[in-house]
Design a protein around this ligand. Structure first.
Ligand SMILES: [Zn+2]
Length: 348
């Protein structure tokens, strides 16, 4: 099969003809049709310790149809369209059983890093990783939903606990995850205040449905947020950037009882800066603020996200699709921060 193969840290992907993946008793093999591409993959290529062995086929937000089932697999059929969960979890530890599988104590790593992913014609994963795609949701949209929309779904519902009428500040609202945070927060009934840098990303956030726009380059985000909320601040901040400046401004922008939800992180190996920031304990206590880390989603939340897409309450914002062979070009666009919304690869 055709695949884009990674032979070492920081190396370019190479188009190769490799053997089809084999199917173990508890695994499912799919014919890949679409793969979402975002910062996570670009981080993985540059961040030591994430890819467990080379050569490796990356790609973790994937959609396609089932072509083969392992002998022990139940509940799926050949021909069924599916997308996938990104984590290789055990399904049996206390976190997996409690519906917090991203904290799995027997975590084996990530799809596309600890095992081959979807930058190929075929991909095989444990059956537990697959989630059916409902009719009416395209392969490209479903692939993007599995991470770039499902992650916002978890952040908005579980972590930020967005309620109708809440003011929600979104840092990084024009990026591939951010434009979907805006939409999911709107679907939950919030008034969304979007922060971005640069005209194209600001208009991307606006097109996604943001009610208010703040130009982050001005450097007085918290002050502008207070002006937009009668001095009260926002009930929740969802920070997709995760930089020291955005996190510290987030805390200042929160209303009493507000929640800062951190979705984005900036690995030092990629960005050369630290993800540490300063918190004032007195203010945290006085305002009753919560700081929460939002770590991906459960497979059930992916299914809920796909249902939101099917109902057209949220749409996948995919700026462009490219052929599998153009993966390197797409990664470069992301490295240069030139992508509004998500991009996807197609495997014809
Ligand atoms: Zn587990």
């Amino acid at each position: 099969m055709r695949a884009m193969v990674l032979h070492g840290l920081g190396r370019p992907l190479v188009l190769e003809d490799v053997a089809d993946p084999r199917v173990g008793p508890n695994e499912v093999k799919i014919r890949v049709r679409a793969i979402g591409v975002g910062l996570t993959v670009v981080h993985m290529l540059a961040n030591p310790g994430q890819v467990t062995a080379y050569p490796r086929i990356p790609g973790h937000e994937v959609a396609g149809e089932i072509v083969e089932l392992g002998s022990e697999v139940r509940g799926f059929t050949v021909g069924q369209r599916v997308t996938n969960h990104f984590y290789l979890t055990c399904g049996q530890c206390r976190f997996c059983r409690a519906g917090r599988e991203t904290l799995c104590t027997a975590f084996r790593g990530y799809v596309g890093m600890a095992c081959d992913g979807g930058y190929a014609e075929y991909m095989t994963l444990p059956a537990r990783n697959f989630v059916p795609i409902p009719d009416g949701v395209s392969d490209v949209d479903a692939a993007v939903a599995a991470d770039a929309i499902a992650t916002p779904f978890h952040a908005c519902t579980k972590e930020a606990q967005v309620q109708p009428g809440d003011n929600v500040l979104v840092f990084g609202a024009g990026g591939g995850v951010g434009v979907h945070v805006v939409q999911v927060a709107k679907a939950a009934g919030a008034r969304v205040i979007a922060v971005e840098i640069g005209e194209s990303k600001l208009s991307g956030a606006q097109a996604a449905g943001a009610d208010e726009l703040i130009d982050g380059a001005r450097g007085d985000v918290a002050k502008q947020v207070l002006a937009l909320t009668d001095g009260r601040g926002v009930e929740a901040v969802i920070d997709v950037v995760g930089a020291k400046e955005t996190l510290e401004a987030s805390v200042l922008a929160l209303a009493a009882g507000g929640r800062l939800v951190i979705v984005g992180v900036r690995p030092a190996a990629v960005f050369g800066d630290s993800s540490k920031f300063t918190l004032d304990a007195t203010m945290i206590v006085r305002k009753g603020i919560e700081v929460r880390g939002s770590r991906y989603v459960t497979a059930t939340e992916i299914a809920q996200t796909l249902e939101l897409l099917r109902q057209k309450r949220v749409r996948a914002i995919v700026e462009q699709t490219f052929a599998l062979e153009q993966a390197e070009h797409v990664h470069q666009l992301i490295r240069e921060n030139r992508v509004v919304g998500r991009v996807a690869l197609r495997v014809d």
